[in-house]
Write a protein that binds this ligand. Structure first.
Ligand code: ADE
Length: 258
């Protein structure tokens, strides 16, 4: 997969993406990340990339032409079709389902804004999709682009050492269509001043362990993110697991999800 990043700080995104799973995915040739700086496409002695907004107000707005020429250069650099994704708080929320969809594409161009934003005419003409990584405002799209790159790169076949680990992630939808939070994890030592590892995990009984993990995932999701579970649509087995979890924990069901 090829990912082009259009940003006034392309080296910032490259640096964040040089480590861990994403760095390894690049080394293995699973993902190639290319940075592009619209300033290289700006004209004049000052190579301006922004101007004050019409209508007044604070901040600066990124100019059409340097961005457009830069985007056209990314397109010319590779014949594979690519969609342009603009990272902005006004975008659709990024979800694991969206990440999966993006991860299946051959090529992506991530457009990072700075200042107050980008001239809307450029967005209308060149952007295919707008994505937000959450309901908060960053000072630019670079961290959001790094988030997209990380989430997408780790789903490339061969990027994770244990091919199972992405399947078990939080929000990965199971065959029943349910996307749950992950269960808790424990490692050595068994006994610690901070507590003991749940005995079922030491039992060697794989069916029991799977049952416990499913129950924990259901219980946690119910308590922390009740909007992710439609209780009516749970299987009988899941309902029984959740009931037992709630009875044991003494938790009261969320009133939004009675
Ligand atoms: N740029 C600034 N804030 C952002 C956000 N929350 N998501 C995506 N891009 C952004």
């Amino acid at each position: 997969m090829r990912i082009d990043v259009v940003s006034l700080f392309p080296e910032f995104v490259a640096q964040i993406s040089a480590h861990g799973v994403v760095g390894r995915a690049q080394e293995r040739g699973l993902v190639a990340i290319h940075g592009w700086n619209p300033r290289d496409y700006a004209s004049g002695n000052y190579r301006r990339v922004d101007e004050r907004p019409f209508g007044g107000g604070p901040g600066m707005v990124m100019l059409i032409d340097p961005l457009r020429d830069c985007l056209h250069a990314t397109r010319a650099a590779d014949p594979a079709a690519s969609s342009v994704v603009y990272l902005t708080p006004q975008g659709a929320p990024l979800t694991q389902a969206k990440v999966r969809e993006l991860a299946g594409r051959e090529r992506l161009v991530l457009l990072c804004g700075r200042y107050e934003g980008i001239d809307e005419r450029l967005v209308a003409a060149e952007v295919d999709e707008e994505l937000s990584i959450g309901d908060y405002v960053l000072s630019g799209g670079e961290l959001a682009a790094a988030v997209v790159i990380d989430a997408v790169a780790r789903l490339q076949p061969g990027a994770l050492s244990d091919s199972e680990s992405a399947v078990q992630d939080s929000f990965e939808t199971g065959p029943d269509g349910l996307a749950l939070l992950d269960c808790p994890h424990f490692t050595r030592p068994v006994e610690h001043t901070l507590g003991t590892v749940p005995p079922v995990l030491l039992s060697g009984n794989h069916a029991e362990i799977a049952r416990w993990r499913r129950q924990q995932a259901l219980g946690r999701t119910w308590l922390r993110r009740p909007e992710l579970i439609d209780r009516e649509r749970l299987s009988r087995a899941d309902q029984a697991l959740l009931d037992a979890f709630l009875a044991e924990s003494g938790a009261t069901p969320d009133p939004r999800n009675p």
